[in-house]
Design a protein. Structure first.
Length: 638
């Protein structure tokens, strides 16, 4: 408890030093004080290393190593855990070393557990969730983040609460779960407003804007959603403009500015060209400062679209080439962005009639896409294989119902692989078609030197027809995919209905066998009690024995009811306090199968009035009220 109070107090103390001056300068002033304690010095060095991680990663690493050495002198696990949590961030920003960042996250959690400090544990779990989020492991991200939130309860660690809500909302956004995405985006904003940290406020407004952005894309007509998107995006940018020196992670602001520019460009809002450029320039500025190659490439791509609309093809070409070169500044493989820029160059050269250059860049595009497609296919196959192996091990300790669920999942996986193969086939077909078209265009270019202006006009008309054919092929491909999807869904629904019907048939047969067996036993008992031991009695006994033997095979299946509905009897016993008789339980099974009172009376061989009395007796044992529906209650049981 003492360590938790000290760490929160230090956070407040350092915040008070950050006024008009920048965060780095303020932290340096705190470190320059001679009266600062060893614990506060170490923690302040951690804050400073975090503040420098984007602009001066080498200096941040030197500070962090010095703080690590001082931690050995201090020997307080909570402080050591915090320094290791900062190291997770530095490991990622230094050469994007995600495996090393995961090891540092484990070290932070190790020391946090030794300290038994809730705030330290919350921070350590946040870094564990953050490292999993970098790898796209969204289930683990949410699990670790929820663990972090549990430990942060009552600690006033709103900065880390906001960060945890942010990454949980991002995971639900990937899963296309709009209600959960909105829930955690709003929680993120509430926590960010409590802590007042500019980075958290920017991220929270980005999360809210992204939620409304996705919602408007799905809706397309509700302008309120688009207005809300602009509102939260502008709030995030305003937070940055009000205190730019206090913001550590300016990359979020660049992404927000790029998103705003994209909205103006996509929906042609007002004089959109004049609105787009200021946001693009702002995004380019922050992207250069934070070395965001993907943001830079996208910005140059949008600017080239504007120049193409204005008819400035040479300037558009220069911007696309500049975008390609900007993708190299951070050493990360931005294949998707590169493909988009190459596609823009191909389209530009086709518009200007420079088919030779269009063919040249098409070859580059094809080469990059082949490598990207192979990598994506290998990654998808590897992920599917890992998931399959993990689920296969779990099946050894799971019940029959879980095995059935696994089989259904495997059908989906195999269907997904088949879909990937179909997509690959379509891509190969389109690539071959495009190669044929490019080859034909090159031959036409060679013939243009010998042909007159009339032949050139006919060639352009032919190209227009080819473009129309490509659009028709694309529409046909989309219809084929849609039909295939509907067929798969119909087959899935049919299989589910067939399985439900077979389960009910199996239950009905087992109950009939049990009723028949009880009837035969009753007849045999009556005969045995008779004093007449004549030949007829022996004959009847033989018939009964033969019938009982013929049902032995079916009787062995009686346990299948417990396998199909494992919790049915258990829930009835718990609800009634184990007061239901065997006849009561059989009556409940008939109700579960959907039989009417008249049909149940025929099965028991009694009057319908007796069934009504039995139902009243069962409701009393189950603790149900007079107005409660017994049939509805029975059917809600597992």
């Amino acid at each position: 408890m003492y360590q938790k109070i000290r760490l929160v107090a230090l956070l407040i103390c350092i915040t008070q030093f950050v006024h008009a001056e920048g965060l780095v300068d303020s932290l340096n002033k705190v470190l320059a004080r001679k009266d600062i304690s060893l614990e506060n010095r170490i923690t302040t060095m951690g804050f400073l290393a975090r503040a420098k991680c984007v602009t001066d990663i080498d200096g941040a690493l030197r500070l962090e190593k010095e703080a690590m050495q001082l931690c050995r002198q201090l020997n307080k696990p909570a402080t050591t855990a915090y320094i290791w949590s900062i190291m997770v961030l530095l490991d990622y920003y230094h050469h994007r070393d995600i495996p090393k960042a995961c090891i540092s996250a484990d070290s932070a959690l190790f020391y946090a557990r030794q300290s038994h400090d809730k705030l330290a544990l919350g921070i350590a779990w946040y870094r564990k969730a953050w490292s999993q989020n970098l790898q796209g492991n969204y289930k683990e991200t949410v699990d670790f983040a929820l663990e972090g939130l549990k430990n942060l309860e009552g600690t006033d660690g709103y900065t880390y609460e906001a960060s945890l809500y942010y990454i949980i909302g991002g995971a639900y956004a990937e899963w296309r779960d709009k209600p959960q995405q909105e829930k955690y985006a709003r929680l993120c904003l509430a926590a960010a407003e409590k802590c007042g940290d500019p980075d958290n406020l920017i991220s929270a407004n980005q999360a809210m804007g992204t939620y409304y952005h996705y919602s408007f894309q799905n809706n397309g007509t509700d302008r309120h959603l688009l207005d809300s998107t602009f509102y939260y995006y502008h709030r995030g940018i305003d937070v940055y403009k009000s205190a730019p020196d206090k913001v550590v992670f300016k990359s979020s602001v660049g992404v927000i500015a790029l998103n705003v520019a994209g909205l103006y460009m996509q929906y042609k809002i007002g004089s959109y060209k004049d609105s787009v450029l200021p946001y693009l320039n702002f995004a380019i500025k922050t992207a250069h400062e934070t070395k965001q190659a993907a943001v830079l490439g996208t910005c140059y791509g949008i600017m080239s679209d504007i120049e193409i609309e204005n008819g400035h093809y040479a300037k558009a070409e220069s911007l696309l080439l500049q975008g390609l070169s900007s993708l190299l500044i951070d050493g990360i493989d931005h294949t998707r962005n590169r493909l988009q820029l190459l596609e823009g160059l191909i389209s530009l050269y086709e518009k200007t009639g420079n088919y030779q250059k269009a063919l040249q860049y098409y070859k580059d595009y094809h080469k990059v896409y082949d490598g990207f497609f192979d990598a994506e296919k290998l990654k998808a196959t590897k992920n599917l294989e890992e998931k399959y192996q993990s689920e296969k091990k779990e099946q050894a300790i799971k019940t029959l119902s879980q095995q059935n669920a696994m089989n259904r999942k495997m059908k989906y996986l195999y269907g997904f692989i088949g879909l990937l193969m179909v997509v690959a086939g379509v891509y190969i077909f389109r690539s071959y078609h495009f190669q044929l078209k490019a080859s034909k265009q090159q031959k036409q270019l060679l013939q243009q030197e010998k042909e007159d202006a009339d032949l050139l006009a006919r060639l352009k008309q032919q190209e227009v027809k080819q473009l129309e054919l490509e659009k028709q092929e694309a529409a046909l491909t989309a219809r084929v995919k849609e039909e295939e999807t509907r067929r798969l869904l119909a087959e899935q629904k049919l299989l589910q209905e067939r399985e439900d019907r077979l389960q009910k048939d199996l239950l009905a047969v087992n109950l009939q066998i049990e009723q028949k067996d009880e009837l035969l036993q009753t007849i045999q008992k009556k005969i045995e009690e008779s004093t007449d031991k004549s030949f007829v009695v022996n004959k009847i006994n033989n018939i009964i024995d033969q019938n009982k033997k013929s049902d032995e095979t079916f009787a062995t299946n009686k346990a299948d009811f417990d396998t199909i509905r494992p919790e049915f009897f258990q829930q009835l016993k718990e609800k009634s306090g184990d007061t239901l008789s065997r006849l009561d339980l059989k009556h409940c099974i008939y109700i579960s199968l959907g039989l009417t009172n008249k049909e149940i009376a025929q099965r028991f061989g009694v009057a319908p009035k007796s069934i009504l009395m039995a139902r009243y007796r069962i409701k009393l044992k189950l603790g149900l009220g007079k107005d409660d529906d017994l049939d509805g209650f029975i059917r809600t049981l597992s």
